[in-house]
Design a protein around this ligand. Structure first.
Ligand SMILES: Cc1cn([C@H]2C[C@H](O)[C@@H](COP(=O)(O)OP(=O)(O)O[C@H]3O[C@H](C)C(=O)[C@H](O)[C@H]3O)O2)c(=O)[nH]c1=O
Length: 180
């Protein structure tokens, strides 16, 4: 397992060892021991999966405490540009982001700690996005950031993305009262 600690403290990328043979390939998609050894000590309670056609952009989302979620995200089919924005008020990297391409053929996955807004752009049709959450879905606690807020300066690799009505009216960073 290759482990990469990204520039935003707490964001960790895992690239598992893949065992290929004449039948195909095998890899361990989740290991509590690997997480713990990388300093990720989380109780996962919910798995999610979404399917998106190329050009869909979902995000940027988070849940307010006490329903804040850490996430472990990966792509089982297709490719996605995954983006996490640091919204921890006291963080020296507040408002900064990391963008990581998640690719089903590289099997890489990203740990997104509590305190980050999260979103992704589907770069291929039928991109299957899978993620573990450390807290249950609580719609009343949902928060967000506008995907194309100039202050975030995120290069999504998409023009004219397909976005939900909810995501078209998310707040700007300057107006965010971050709970973290
Ligand atoms: C997130 C979620 C949604 N839903 C229901 C609520 C809606 O009726 C429907 C679609 O929800 P939404 O439009 O919020 O789905 P996404 O835009 O993919 O939201 C996700 O997008 C970004 C990438 C994230 O990181 C979050 O995990 C999550 O907010 O699924 C549930 O029943 N449970 C859930 O955990």
């Amino acid at each position: 397992m290759e482990i990469k600690h990204h520039a935003l403290a707490g964001v960790v990328e895992f690239t598992p060892r893949v065992f290929g043979d004449a039948r195909g390939a095998f890899f361990e998609s989740f290991s509590e021991r690997v997480m713990r050894d990388a300093g990720v000590d989380v109780n996962w309670v919910q798995d999610n999966q979404s399917r998106s056609m190329r050009g869909v952009l979902r995000g940027l989302h988070f849940q307010h405490p006490p329903y804040a979620q850490a996430k472990l995200v990966r792509v089982a089919q297709g490719r996605a540009l995954d983006v996490v924005v640091d919204i921890r008020r006291e963080s020296p990297t507040y408002g900064q982001h990391v963008a990581v391409e998640l690719d089903a053929t590289r099997y890489n996955m990203l740990y997104v700690p509590v305190g980050f807004a999260h979103g992704f752009a589907a770069l291929e049709d039928d991109t299957l996005f899978l993620y573990k959450c450390s807290n249950y879905y609580q719609p009343s606690s949902e928060g967000g950031l506008l995907w194309n807020d100039p202050a975030l300066n995120i290069r999504w690799q998409l023009t004219d993305p397909v976005i939900s009505p909810k995501d078209q009216i998310q707040p700007l960073l300057k107006d965010l009262q971050s709970p973290f």
